[in-house]
Design a protein around this ligand. Structure first.
Ligand SMILES: [Zn+2]
Ligand SMILES: [Zn+2]
Length: 351
């Protein structure tokens, strides 16, 4: 076994502390990675708090990692020692089921689904579980799940592309945006700030929605054409039937009905990152009357993750981050709960 350091929580404690852990040495198709940077995701906070009821302890979060390859297994052909790589929400899947074969590893149909980077199954047949995430000095990942960081990209700033980057890029790509399409982005946090920049680069007229007054200016600076304070009913009404598509990045229970009113006939609203019920019961008349689609989304495929890295490199889209040291994790989590970050915390594992 490989000795490693992790930063996480044990059952009954919500304070992140250093932990000594062991990792299995890389199999022939796996890489050992020295983690340099890792983002703090809203889902990390939910899982530390066991808000979804499926947290496995001990828990070491972290699924937005950038690191350097320390060693590669004997059958690895795409990477070599010293390469700079990224790791997102998954580190393995069956790669045999129809979903995996079509490139939707995130929808793997094996009984345990894909192996999540943390709190996942160590082997896809379910005979062992609880992987440890990337708030750690070392990570072991299957070759097919390792991302290539484009040349010249700032390594710390690349980290958020591995989760909120792909999680918003995927739905935007499936909106099939044409130049001038009117796109609403709900929430101006880690995912939302990236979605604003990416939708604009795809040619959309972008309107951002936020409940925080201080984020209005920030959204315009990011390139949004319009910004709406969603608590202002009059401001919301001005956009009735306006949007071709809306992407919500709100991770907590909310009422989608006010946003459905803003969709143009046959429009789509994709709700990314909400993994529980809506706050209100949805009245289907809102969908039926205009032929709307309400869809859900979380994480993304490996193909889309590599694509978003290249898309952002090409369009010079750079995530805005606040870099922290390991000892600042607990303070950062407290601030994230108050949406007090522009726009993503990234841990410098070497600081
Ligand atoms: Zn995440
Ligand atoms: Zn599969």
């Amino acid at each position: 076994m490989i000795k490693a350091r992790g930063y996480g929580v044990v059952s009954g404690d919500k304070t992140v502390k250093p932990m000594a852990i062991e990792r299995s040495p890389p199999k022939p198709n796996e890489l050992l990675i020295d983690v340099l940077y890792c983002g703090i995701c809203h889902s990390d906070v939910h899982i530390i708090d066991d808000a979804w009821g499926f947290t496995l302890y001990p828990l070491i979060p972290g699924h937005e990692a950038v690191g350097r390859v320390l060693s590669v297994g004997s059958s690895v052909t795409s990477f070599k020692t010293g390469d700079i790589v990224g790791v997102g929400c998954m580190i393995d899947s069956c790669l045999k089921c129809p979903a995996c074969k079509e490139g939707w590893e995130n929808h793997c149909e094996a009984s345990t689904g894909p192996t999540m980077t943390y709190g996942g199954y160590l082997v896809p047949d379910g005979s062992g579980f609880n992987t440890f995430g990337a708030w750690s000095d070392k990570l072991v990942v299957r070759e097919e799940f390792v991302l290539r960081i484009p040349e010249g990209m700032d390594l710390a700033k690349a980290a958020p592309l591995m989760c909120p980057g792909v999680a918003t890029y995927g739905p935007l790509k499936r909106f099939d945006i044409k130049k001038g399409d009117k796109i609403g982005i709900v929430g101006v946090g880690g995912p939302g700030h990236l979605a604003i920049m990416m939708a604009k680069a795809m040619g959309a007229e972008v309107t951002a929605f936020t409940t925080h007054e201080w984020k209005c200016d920030a959204a315009l600076k990011l390139g949004a054409h319009n910004v709406v304070l969603s608590t202002d009913d009059e401001a919301m009404k001005k956009y009735n039937n306006y949007f071709h598509h809306i992407l919500s990045t709100i991770p907590n229970a909310f009422d989608p009905m006010p946003y459905l009113a803003l969709l143009h006939r046959r429009g789509t609203m994709t709700v990314m990152g909400l993994l529980g019920p809506y706050k209100n019961i949805i009245n289907n008349i809102a969908l039926a009357a205009k032929g709307l689609s309400l869809t859900g989304s979380m994480i993304g495929s490996i193909g889309d993750t590599q694509e978003v890295l290249e898309f952002c490199a090409k369009h010079e889209i750079v995530p805005i981050i606040e870099m922290i040291k390991l000892e600042q994790i607990n303070g950062a989590i407290a601030r994230l709960k108050k949406a007090d970050v522009q726009f993503r915390f990234v841990i410098d594992l070497k600081a």
